[in-house]
Design a protein around this ligand. Structure first.
Ligand SMILES: Cc1cc2nc3c(=O)[nH]c(=O)nc-3n(C[C@H](O)[C@H](O)[C@H](O)COP(=O)(O)O)c2cc1C
Length: 181
């Protein structure tokens, strides 16, 4: 897919707003709320049926999506900071939660709710993501996502004795108190 070139303009949204989407089991969009469309500047017709990677920003390390799908495929939910791209090449950061979407007891896809990401947390996260991208450059494409995820587990999580979920939730809570944005 040909995508617009990324630029340095940040798009923000209010602290009380939620960006919501749903996908099928493979990550194809089946629903997006109004806030999603406004912030990403994609219409419903642009989004539905497309892969969620339509808003993937090239600054995101592939290892984060490796961790995301590993969690979802093993039946766990995922929390994390994600930099997304808009249809005009601008960017916006979110703190995302993804859970299985269960209808009548059957898993039909995934459900994601995102809040604005506090600036203080992003200072920590951007530094880690930069190092993960650097790590990925040293590996063949097929091995890079797992390698950078493992680097993060060993160098960020194990030194703190935390799971990824504990680490990102703590970072979010620490910086979202007192109106950080
Ligand atoms: C419910 C759900 C929400 C997702 N939200 C995002 C998102 O906001 N941004 C994003 O880049 N990828 C998101 N993904 C992951 C994408 O499906 C995809 O794995 C990622 O963009 C990497 O794409 P690539 O492997 O084609 O580079 C989401 C996946 C699911 C299941």
């Amino acid at each position: 897919m040909i995508k617009v070139a990324p630029n340095s303009r940040e798009i923000t949204f209010d602290r009380q707003e939620l960006i919501v989407s749903k996908t099928d089991l493979r990550g194809k969009l089946t629903y997006a709320n109004r806030v999603f469309m406004r912030v990403s500047n994609f219409s419903e017709a642009d989004l539905l049926g497309k892969d969620h990677s339509i808003i993937r920003h090239p600054d995101m390390p592939r290892g984060v999506f490796y961790g995301l799908w590993k969690a979802l495929k093993s039946g766990q939910e995922f929390f994390g900071f994600v930099k997304n791209i808009t249809s005009d090449g601008h960017y916006y950061w979110v703190f995302a939660n993804i859970t299985p979407d269960v209808v009548n007891g059957e898993k039909v896809g995934f459900f994601s709710v995102r809040r604005t990401a506090p600036k203080g947390a992003l200072q920590v996260i951007e530094d880690i993501y930069r190092q993960m991208r650097d790590k990925e450059k040293g590996f063949p494409p097929a091995q890079a996502p797992e390698a950078s995820w493992n680097w993060m587990v060993q160098n960020v999580l194990e030194t703190r004795n935390q799971s990824y979920e504990q680490f990102v939730i703590e970072l979010y809570q620490e910086h979202s108190q007192g109106g950080a944005r």
